[in-house]
Structures are given as structure tokens and as C-alpha cells.
Design a protein around this ligand. Structure first.
Ligand code: SF4
Length: 251
């Protein structure tokens, strides 16, 4: 578990790493590739089609914290980390993965939930680009309904899937980062609106990077004000919005 530069939480915790969504703007893939085990890197070049391969690591590797690069990996030795931290923290769970990707075994997800439940002093923020997995888990009654669990959906453009909650039972938030188009948070979201909206722009100098328009931000903030939804604007928006960004939390 690490202190993080991510502005809306205190720590990130990565019992599962790796992701197969292949977003062009992914910062996590760049980091994982930098700290992969060199031998495995060579092996991957020969097994590039094996996208469904999963890995498990049961002891810490200080030199290569992402031994299998960005392949889905379960670091079982990290499960105990929240329990060790006694001071209450806001923890982003799996900032280096999509824990709810279709490829992630249910067993991994449930073990992560169990580790969170074993350390109830913290607030846990989950985030996925695949919110239908939340729904699948909920149907099986496996999605924990805890007050310190916050389930987030990552959306970057209007046609991303973020409309799944039909009951106001779970804490639900939207992270729009990087914002690639204007998004209307009030359409497609059924009767339930999110309890929190995070907005950010892509950082770094990637060729083809999208800079959000001020008008997109104004509309999202206006909708949040209308429906009384707290907004958290990341520092990456300062060049567009100015220094007075809004940093609100729902708790
Ligand atoms: S969903 Fe997140 S972790 Fe996965 S490729 Fe996209 S940006 Fe990276």
C-alpha cells in the first residue's frame, strides 16, 4: 500500500495489477512496463496472443513490483496491507488494474472484498470501466453493501457504459478522467444519479492527447449543482478552468 499523488484519495493499494482494456492514455501500463521482470518481458513477446493468461505472486519483489508487466496478476501477499494500517485512510483499490474486468476471476475479487472487510477503519474506492461486472456480482449477492465501500465507474465519453444502478443501495460515483468529450450525467443514468463526480484531464505529453473544453466542464458542474452532487476537479484542469478548481467530497 502506497501514499499516492492521486488527489482524491490518501493511498493506493494494488492486490491485483494489470488490465486488458488497452486504453491509449493508460499511465498504469507505462509504470508496470517500467518495473517488470526482464525475463518475463522476453517471454511475453512470444506469447502476445495469450491475453487470457493470469498470474499469481505470493511474495514481495522489491526490484520488480510488476513482474508480469501489465498482465493480470494477483499479488496475494498484499491482501493483509489494509489491516496493518490502523489509521483510517481513503484507499483507491487497484489503481493499477481494472479489478472488475471480465478476465478477473471472481475468486480474486472476493478475496479483495474480504481483505477490505477485515479492515473496516478505511474507506475503499473501487473503479471500473466494466460496470456490468458490478451488476453481475450484485445479482449473485456478492457485491458488498457496506457504508465504507464506494463503487466508481470510469467514463471518458458519452457512449461509455455508466448506467447500471437502479437502486440507491450502494455508494456510487463517476470518474471522468481523462474527459475526452462532453458528457451529460443526467441522461442514461436511470433514476439514480451518482453521489460524487470526479473530473480530470489527461496528463503528460502523449501525441493525440485531448484537452477538455471549458464548456464541457461548465455543463457537468452545472448539472452537479442542480442535483446537489459534490464535484472534485483534478489539478490537471487548472490550465483550462483556472486556479479556483472545485474539490468537494461526499463525506
Ligand atoms: S482501464 Fe485503466 S488501467 Fe485499464 S488500460 Fe484503461 S486506463 Fe489502463
Amino acid at each position: 500500500m502506497n501514499e499516492t499523488k492521486i488527489e482524491w484519495c490518501d493511498m493506493s493499494w494494488n492486490p491485483v495489477t494489470g488490465c486488458l482494456h488497452k486504453c491509449e492514455y493508460c499511465y498504469a501500463r507505462r509504470i508496470a512496463n517500467r518495473f517488470k521482470r526482464p525475463f518475463e518481458a522476453i517471454m511475453f513477446e512470444n506469447t502476445v496472443e495469450e491475453s487470457d493468461r493470469l498470474f499469481e505472486v505470493d511474495e514481495k519483489d522489491v526490484k520488480y513490483p510488476y513482474p508480469f508487466a501489465f498482465k493480470p496478476t494477483f499479488h496475494t501477499y498484499r491482501l493483509n496491507e489494509p489491516k496493518i494500517k490502523t489509521k483510517s485512510r481513503t484507499i483507491f483499490v487497484c489503481s493499477m488494474a481494472d479489478l472488475f474486468g471480465d478476465w478477473v476471476p471472481e475468486e480474486w475479487i472476493l478475496k479483495v472484498f474480504d481483505a477490505c472487510k477485515a479492515a473496516p477503519q478505511h474507506k475503499y474506492l473501487f473503479l471500473t470501466k466494466n460496470p456490468k461486472r458490478y451488476l453481475e456480482l450484485e445479482k449473485k449477492r456478492l457485491l458488498p453493501w457496506e457504508d465504507n465501500f464506494w463503487f466508481g465507474t470510469s467514463v471518458t465519453k458519452p457512449d461509455d457504459d455508466f448506467a447500471w444502478f437502479r437502486e440507491k443501495k450502494f455508494h456510487w460515483f463517476i470518474s471522468m478522467e481523462p474527459l475526452l468529450e462532453g458528457i451529460d450525467i443526467t441522461t442514461g443514468s436511470g433514476v439514480i444519479l451518482p453521489e460524487w463526480v470526479i473530473i480530470g484531464a489527461e496528463t503528460g505529453n502523449r501525441k493525440g492527447k485531448v484537452v477538455p473544453e471549458r464548456e464541457w466542464l461548465r455543463k457537468i458542474i452545472e448539472d452537479c449543482r442542480t442535483y446537489n452532487i459534490p464535484v472534485f476537479m483534478k489539478n490537471s484542469l487548472k490550465p483550462i478552468w483556472g486556479q479556483r478548481i472545485i474539490t468537494e467530497y461526499p463525506w
